[in-house]
Write a protein that binds this ligand. Structure first.
Ligand SMILES: NC(=O)c1ccc[n+]([C@@H]2O[C@H](COP(=O)([O-])OP(=O)(O)OC[C@H]3O[C@@H](n4cnc5c(N)ncnc54)[C@H](O)[C@@H]3O)[C@@H](O)[C@H]2O)c1
Length: 383
């Protein structure tokens, strides 16, 4: 087993994920829009129109998304809204020409904003995404889509009524590294059925809301929602969950839980996540023919590969190892995700890779984990 992956994709040491940098410039004061102008849509302008993007939530992830959008052709970091003065100040320093608001309603009143990214604490995704769609704009929200399946349904209802595009930032679906893993699973190299295991443990020392039950929900619906969503991609519709939890911190959210999620054809995912104690991280994918680990195992790739490739290592039942490599092109999953949002808005791609209609299933897995841990019984995954 190889110890590789951490909670937050931004914190992984996958070398093709440099933090996009933007020039730091002087702080500019909060701007208030005085002159309403007729709203234009990307469709009015065809595919080459520069999309003015508004960002709600300018904390760690909001700024990270800004950087990825800023680096992407056809997208402009146009406006930002955040309740906290410190977050607004940082954003304004980084994007001096952008319009800055405290209240997201003011950002939505700006008719020059074409589309919106929501990156606030998870409990606010539902009301803010609904506000965006009701303002007549497409929206990409950070994961998890919401904290409850019923909230996701409400968001989907509004998307249908307003005919607006609702994308969820399940960035792993845009990650060439996890994409290479999915390919190996799909091509039968490991045999079938598959058990995907991911165990991680750390003391989570960022904003306390992440471990507030009502605002962030803890690791099983925050960090691990990436796994829930990606397992749904690899294995199909999640069926049932057996889970247990243990309390290792004083947080109101479940800080530590272990779950087995069942999928069609006998596939399983085993997750054991803790934001309550420092421990080990482990990540592997097992089948009857072979196991898969991230990285190069005990093999050394040819020097001629340089740093152009990422690797997974297949170990068969005779302990023979071989490398599966995939080409890196320097684009991070966040850049690919931004491009996809742009292309979906512009009609260049017809189907979104991460629409709300599939993201709801990842929330359903988390909900089943919480119920199973609480009741001590197997829970069907329902949405
Ligand atoms: N996809 C990923 O890799 C990834 C990584 C980390 C976080 N996230 C997600 O991004 C979201 C934000 O996380 P973060 O790490 O940026 O948190 P953060 O605490 O760093 O930032 C949140 C920001 O939202 C602002 N805010 C809070 N309530 C608001 C409101 N009602 N209106 C406007 N602004 C408000 C806060 O002032 C803060 O600036 C969460 O849903 C989290 O799960 C995703």
């Amino acid at each position: 087993m190889r110890w590789v992956i951490t909670a937050d994709p931004r914190a992984t040491n996958i070398p093709n994920l440099p933090r996009p940098t933007a020039p730091r410039r002087a702080h500019c004061p909060i701007m208030v829009r005085l002159r309403p102008t007729p709203r234009t849509t990307p469709q009015d302008h065809g595919v080459s129109h520069m999309l003015n993007i508004g960002f709600i939530g300018l904390g760690g992830m909001g700024l990270y998304q800004c950087d990825a959008f800023n680096d992407t052709r056809g997208l402009k970091v146009f406006a930002g809204a955040d309740l906290a003065a410190a977050s607004r100040k940082k954003f304004a320093a980084q994007y001096p020409t952008a319009r800055v608001h405290q209240d997201h309603h003011d950002l939505l009143a700006d008719t020059d904003v074409d589309a919106v990214v929501v990156a606030t604490p998870s409990a606010f995704h539902k009301p803010q995404v609904i506000d965006v769609m009701r303002s007549g704009r497409p929206v990409m929200t950070e994961k998890p889509m919401a904290l409850k399946v019923t909230d996701c349904h409400r968001m989907l209802d509004v998307a249908a009524k307003t005919k607006q595009k609702l994308m969820v930032a399940h960035c792993r679906r845009y990650d060439p590294d996890w994409g290479a893993m999915a390919k190996v699973v799909a091509d039968g190299t490991l045999g079938r059925p598959i058990l995907w295991r991911h165990m991680m443990a750390t003391v989570f020392r960022v904003a306390p809301w992440f471990l507030d039950k009502k605002i962030g929900g803890g690791p099983m619906i925050d960090g691990a929602v990436h796994n829930h969503d990606f397992a749904n991609l690899m294995f199909g519709k999640p069926e049932a969950v057996q889970a247990g939890s243990i309390k290792l911190s004083k947080s109101s959210a479940v800080d530590t839980a272990t779950a087995i999620v069942h999928y069609p054809r006998g596939n399983q995912m085993m997750l054991s996540w803790s934001w309550g104690a420092h421990g080990s991280n482990a990540f592997d994918v097992l089948g009857p023919r072979a196991g898969l680990t991230n990285g190069t195992g005990q093999l050394t790739p040819p020097k001629s590969d340089g740093d152009r490739y990422g690797y997974w290592c297949v170990t068969d039942d005779n302990r023979r190892q071989r490398l599966i490599k995939y080409r890196r092109d320097g684009k991070s999953m966040y850049h690919r995700q931004a491009e996809h949002f742009r292309d979906w808005i512009n009609g260049k791609v017809k189907r979104c890779n991460t629409p709300g209609t599939t993201a709801i299933q990842a929330v359903a897995v988390a909900e089943a984990i919480f119920k199973s841990a609480e009741k001590g019984t197997t829970q069907k995954v329902k949405w």
